[in-house]
Structure formats: C-alpha cells, structure tokens
Design a protein around this ligand. Sequence first.
Ligand SMILES: [Zn+2]
Length: 82
Amino acid sequence: MKDLNKYLRDQRRRAPKPPKQFEELEASTLFCSKCKKAVPVRKKLLLTLPEGDKYDYLCTECGSPIGSKISKEDIPIQFITK
Ligand SMILES: [Zn+2]
C-alpha cells in the first residue's frame, strides 16, 4: 500500500497541464519594418516566465519578430513563498 501511495503521488506530480483547447485567436496585424507594411502576425510561445508566458509575434510574410507580449492568464492563483 505504501508503494501505491507513492506511485499515486508521483503520478499527480508528473501530471501534465491539460492541453489548451482554445488557442487565442487574435486576428492582429502589426507593422513589419522589413516588409514596410502592416502584416498579419503569428503568435509563438517564446518562454515561460514567472510573471507569465512570453509570446513573440512573427511576421507571416518574412518571419521576423515584430512584437512580443507577456500573457498573464495562465498564472495559477497561489502564493509562492521563497
Ligand atoms: Zn515581414
């Protein structure tokens, strides 16, 4: 029984986040300095920071990054004590 409890605890710790069902659909356009026009952008998760997920916006035409934002919606509501 002891082992089973340990197994369950490990399972829970390893459980991945549920996959996102809804991609943020932002029909946004930004000005690309390379294309010299407003272009539709592709959102790409760059890295996960303590304050939120950082996204890069890439030009869909030339692929260069033209913006970024930090999305805070995924922050779990909890207090982290160090
Ligand atoms: Zn471009």
